[in-house]
Ligand binder design. Structure first.
Ligand code: ZN
Length: 412
């Protein structure tokens, strides 16, 4: 049972009658609104304790589709584990890692895709469209396949074919558009208007942030409703962080938490329009013309919802943080070699940001800090180690002994 009511404009308060991408009165993006009073009796600590759903749909009361329209691959309710070795090396006693790369297609985008495609079913759409070649495209393609609708992907013509492999496997039809990322966006929106396709862009589909909102629900439930001091999140479009922020308000509305964690928005040095503004004490987003970073998922030079992200971070007493590619690479290598977690650079950015917050004295050593690891390393082409250093040996004792000695294992 959902307590979803309608889409409401956060700027002018106008309530949309049906489905709209933007407020017909003022053009602002819309937000899903729920009857929290009705949800109160159905979504509480006791009822959650007995729920069978081990996915984000255990919070179905606060997600928009009717139960019969849910399109799910079992996304969400990902593990929250304590960092053993990295936390210790940073002098942190409570560094927690949210393994959101353990979602069906390998990224947190599955949460938003599951909600958006569920709503495609509810609203009767037969075609989904979006402009992306990365994790978002993979997620929307997978859930479209699950529902059995067409999925169209628009990418700039320079996008590498490797990135389209996963969505192509799910049966998506891709178009390469001559020009920039912005031109792909234009083409996707033309198709939306011309053919009436359902636009699943994470920046403008009003249901996109309803998925990542459940990251906040899960962290709170997994920490037994004691809000952490910090949630550190890597930001590209901002849909993840905005979702978490909305989720916190809804948990407060249900009386499940009192205090908010501070939200830290981490961006790479080569594309930090939001974190740069936050660090500089400004509310103004200066678009980045040519983003350049190994954190490909965070290369959004002109995030449409940048202002909303700044407001969310400030409201929680949070901060913006910037990490260089070298710092991101180090974090990715450490997550893999010290914790056994292989994530993509865009995800490692959250740990890189957390390290800087420690070094700058922004976080305390006993703070409870949750770094969200948003995407799997299995799709990345960025090597964390130097593969050229792997020795080639003949299968004889002498060569093996010499090679092991070179590695420097003292006991041999
Ligand atoms: Zn409005």
């Amino acid at each position: 049972m959902t307590s979803y009511m309608n889409l409401k404009c956060p700027r002018c308060g106008n309530e949309a009658r049906g489905f709209e991408y933007a407020c017909p009165k003022c053009g602002s993006g819309l937000e899903a609104q729920y009857d929290l009073e009705a949800a109160k009796g159905r979504l509480d600590k006791a009822s959650l304790g007995s729920k069978k759903a081990r996915s984000m749909w255990r919070y179905a009361e606060l997600l928009p589709p009717k139960p019969e329209n849910i399109v799910s691959l079992g996304e969400g309710f990902t593990p929250l584990i304590r960092s053993e070795r990295i936390g210790e090396s940073l002098g942190l006693s409570n560094l927690m890692l949210k393994l959101d790369f353990a979602n069906p297609t390998g990224s947190f985008k599955d949460r938003g895709a599951s909600v958006m495609i569920s709503m495609a079913k509810q609203l009767g759409f037969k075609e989904a469209v979006l402009d992306s070649s990365g994790n978002a495209a993979s997620s929307i393609s997978a859930y479209s396949a699950r529902l059995g609708i067409e999925c169209f992907i628009f990418v700039p013509d320079y996008a590498s074919e490797g990135k389209l492999m996963q969505s192509s496997a799910y049966g998506a039809k891709a178009f390469k558009i001559r020009g920039t990322r912005g031109d792909a966006y234009k083409a996707a929106n033309y198709a939306k208007r011309r053919f009436g396709w359902y636009y699943c862009g994470f920046q403008t589909n009003p249901f996109a942030i309803e998925g990542p909102k459940t990251i906040a629900f899960e962290i709170l439930e997994q920490l037994d409703w004691a809000a952490p001091d910090w949630i550190v999140f890597p930001v590209g479009t901002g849909s993840g962080l905005l979702g978490i922020y909305k989720g916190l308000w809804e948990m407060k509305g249900l009386g499940l938490i009192e205090r908010f964690p501070a939200l830290a928005c981490v961006q790479p040095e080569g594309c930090c329009p939001i974190a740069g503004a936050l660090k500089g004490g400004s509310d103004e987003i200066k678009p980045i013309e040519r983003p350049e970073t190994i954190a490909e998922g965070l290369m959004i030079g002109a995030p449409l919802n940048g202002q909303r992200v700044i407001k969310a971070v400030k409201d929680t007493g949070g901060v913006g943080e910037i990490a260089s590619d070298a710092e991101i690479l180090r974090a990715g290598a450490e997550l893999a070699s010290l914790e056994g977690l292989f994530v993509e650079p865009s995800a490692a950015a959250s740990l890189a940001g957390a390290r800087k917050l420690v070094e700058e004295g922004t976080v305390d050593s006993d703070d409870v800090i949750v770094c969200v690891l948003t995407g799997s390393g299995l799709k990345t082409k960025t090597p964390y180690g130097d593969l050229s250093k792997i020795p080639t040996l003949s299968p004889v004792e002498e060569e093996l002994e010499a090679a092991v000695k070179r590695i420097g294992l003292g006991r041999f």
